[in-house]
Ligand binder design. Structure first.
Ligand code: NAD
Length: 495
């Protein structure tokens, strides 16, 4: 681990480049980006952002690769085998990737290694398996004709990913997009580009993919905006904030009509009824999904609604767990929680905590910069719990994306439902109850893309992931990602 850490730090420090048309190309923008280690405030790396010419270059190469058919015309099983090889490369280097994620994002090494990495590799196996299973339809039409459908790739897909699961969100997009024969240009978040650069380096060194099939451009929102507005990009798949998602919708259609998939923000409710089958399990599981990855997860349950009779007990259980969390060096196995990803984000969280106090919520624990976590360095916020929260408060309506939990009580099922649905977001929701009828009523009535009954945060490649309302458009995973990276052609033959 010590050697790998030294190697990772020195590798991060090397000049970082774009990967365009199979070559490593230094960004042509004069603007230099600096990455800070959020645990120590040390500068990890400095690199030049891609210029608009660099982005044009990547779009040109990706289109040329797509038109050459060098990828789609490979024998299906060869394409599948190359995808599986990407998964294997990740698996072989998982410790290294976990260190890179931890250094740039601040999540603990163990969270990255056991949470993010297995899915990063397995998803390539999963979508490799789909390649020879995407059937068209044989359509019943009038006598004298045959009508059938074909699924075809879209062309060049721009994949724009956030900083909270840097490699995982990238793999969620790369695997299905490539499996269906598209060429891609991916832009990691400027805060956490390293794991993806390293993956591209490993692919470049070990696999023989067609030139221009995969391209990587480095930069901030301006680079993302330019990429997603370009007329020669045929699809934008974006995961990030609702604000940027809306910007992409309006800009992406100015020069051409593109396919869009948007996985956006959340403010998910978690309703615990007094008849919950196992209150201890409800407290433990709800706490863990809320505060793991330092609360920087789109689907985490940030609004807890507790039935009046169990309110005090659950609140007490949560506060006691929060007080036991060890914030510290994310690379240490002793630490439960690392620092928030970057300074602007840390400042935003602290501002929300202040607003909650000013608006009259009761601060039960946390709520401050943890200067004991790492000798006064880093962006540490202790797990923070507010009680007596009402729906009009900013902390209850806006996505904080940090370790800040809002708790309120309810008396009736209808009240709980109304509180849960009182949000512009609709990503996920949790319900804990032993009453099967109530569980079904809630599952039907809650306006969210994913509802978890008696276990928050279930997830599988075979089940759709994605939200309603301002949490996004479309679904990831399973056949939904296949649909999202293909178009359906209807073919008629007169016989
Ligand atoms: P962000 O929207 O600030 O940035 C996401 C990506 O978009 C980054 O690569 C960024 O450089 C780029 N970008 C910024 N401005 C852009 C623009 N105008 N045009 C095109 N690209 C632009 O989000 P973030 O702060 O990196 O991530 C946190 C957000 O992501 C949260 O809102 C969280 O809920 C959301 N998220 C959602 C899901 C989901 O599946 N629904 C998963 C993870 C994160």
């Amino acid at each position: 681990m010590k050697d790998l850490l030294a190697w990772s730090k020195s590798w991060i420090n090397e000049k970082k480049k774009n990967y365009i048309g199979g070559e490593w190309v230094t960004g042509n923008q004069d603007k230099i980006y600096e990455n800070e280690n959020p645990a120590t405030n040390e500068i990890l790396s400095r690199w030049n952002m891609a210029s608009f010419e660099d982005v044009n270059h990547s779009i040109y190469e990706a289109n040329a690769a797509f038109k050459s058919r060098s990828w789609i015309d490979l024998p299906m099983r060869k394409r599948a085998s190359l995808l599986r090889s990407i998964g294997s490369l990740i698996r072989q280097h998982e410790n290294e990737f976990a260190i890179l994620e931890s250094l740039a994002n601040g999540k603990t090494y163990k969270e990255a290694l056991t949470g993010d990495l297995p899915d990063c590799s397995d998803i390539f196996d999963y979508y490799a398996g789909w390649i020879d299973k995407v059937y068209g339809e044989s359509v019943p039409v009038e006598k004298g004709f045959i009508n059938f459908t074909r699924k075809e790739p879209l062309g060049v897909c721009a994949l724009i990913v956030p900083w909270n699961f840097p490699l995982l969100m990238a793999c969620w997009k790369l695997a299905p997009a490539l499996s269906m024969g598209n060429s891609i240009i991916i832009k990691p978040s400027e805060h956490t580009p390293f794991s993806l650069i390293r993956l591209f380096q490993l692919i470049d060194e070990n696999l023989d993919l067609p030139k221009g099939l995969i391209n990587l451009v480095l930069g901030d929102g301006f680079v993302g905006e330019y990429l997603s507005s370009h007329s020669n990009v045929h699809k934008v798949s974006f995961t990030g904030s609702t604000k940027v998602g809306k910007n992409i919708i309006s800009r992406s259609c100015r020069s051409s009509l593109k396919s869009l998939s948007l996985e956006l923000g959340g403010k998910s409710p978690n309703i615990i009824f007094a008849d919950c089958p196992d209150l201890k399990e409800a407290i433990n599981r709800s706490f863990d999904v809320m505060f793991s990855h330092k609360g920087e997860k789109c689907s985490e349950p940030t609004r807890f609604y507790l039935e009046e009779s169990i309110y005090d007990k659950v609140l007490q259980g949560l506060v006691s767990k929060a007080n036991n969390i060890i914030c510290g060096d994310p690379l240490s196995s002793q630490s439960d929680q690392g620092p928030q990803c970057h300074k602007l984000h840390f400042d935003k969280i602290i501002e929300y905590i202040d607003s909650g106090i000013k608006e009259g919520a009761k601060l039960e624990c946390g709520g401050f910069f943890d200067d004991k976590a790492n000798n006064g360095k880093g962006y540490y916020v202790r797990p923070t719990i507010f009680s007596n929260v009402n729906s009009s408060m900013r902390i209850c309506q806006e996505e904080i994306f940090g370790p800040v939990l809002c708790i309120s009580k309810f008396k009736t099922e209808n009240e709980a439902l109304a509180l849960a649905n009182n949000s512009m977001y609709g990503l996920a929701a949790g319900v804990w109850t032993s009453d099967i009828s109530r569980a079904h009523r809630m599952a039907q009535e809650i306006d969210a893309g994913m509802v978890f009954i008696n276990r928050y945060g279930c997830y599988d490649f075979s089940s759709p992931f994605g939200g309603f309302k301002e949490s996004g458009w479309g679904k990831d995973m399973a056949i939904h990602s296949i649909d999202s990276y293909t178009k359906t052609k209807s073919v008629w033959i007169q016989i």
